[in-house]
Design a protein around this ligand. Sequence first.
Ligand SMILES: Nc1ncnc2c1ncn2[C@@H]1O[C@H](COP(=O)(O)OP(=O)(O)OP(=O)(O)O)[C@@H](O)[C@H]1O
Ligand SMILES: [Mg+2]
Length: 240
Amino acid sequence: MAILSVSAVRKAFRGLRALDGVSFEVADGEILGVIGPNGAGKTTLFTVLAGGLPLDSGRVVLDGHDITGMPAHRVARAGLVRTFQLMRPFASMSVLDNVDIAAMTHVRSRREARSRAAEVVARVGLDEWRNVRAGTLPAAGLKRLELARALATRPRVLLLDEVLAGLVPAEREPVLELLAGLRERDGLTLVFVEHIMPAVMRLSDRVLVLDQGAVLACGAPAEVTADPRVVEAYLGEEPC
Ligand SMILES: Nc1ncnc2c1ncn2[C@@H]1O[C@H](COP(=O)(O)OP(=O)(O)OP(=O)(O)O)[C@@H](O)[C@H]1O
Ligand SMILES: [Mg+2]
């Protein structure tokens, strides 16, 4: 059963077709990797799905509910939230307060928000950093904070935009484990955009390839990365 169903989504920016009829489904509990060259429309896809920008046409259904055209706060309340490729935390506020603000929009009381924030800060491994100003966090900490802010809304589907970018290889492994745990322990469905191919291969159940705003391929990771069209569009020609 699909938890997320995306049908013929189009979005243009002044004539530039950033999304040109994108359709795919994500099963409940699945991890879908999204790859494609720079400018393929990956971030635009997340923005549109999460209600950050209106789409021109198409349909988005989350767990049987039509969320097409809903603004971000309603999409989040319906259970879908995205993280940002470019993170913008409130730099002068503490890590915990940053997460608290995200939680506030989704719970009824201050106390509930505080407790939810504390829970997800610990979940992402930022407990020791909870009282430091967010602006002082190193890149890996900022990534975790971004994840915590998304988790604070208790999503069922999480869209992750280049969560590993800017991390050195040694920092990637624990984040990958954290993501795998979000599916295993918390039952989340993940859709993640990533350029780091070993991570895509390891984490994804299936991989979706976007190219020039359209789906170029979708399937098992090994199958998709062996597809000559994908190699040509994104992975580069193999040297002979
Ligand atoms: N707000 C905007 N206004 C105008 N054009 C935009 C806007 N956002 C994205 N674009 C354009 O839409 C296309 C798709 O951009 P998008 O950011 O979705 O690509 P991407 O696949 O995420 O690339 P990257 O791998 O570099 O992050 C690009 O040509 C980009 O310049
Ligand atoms: Mg992008």
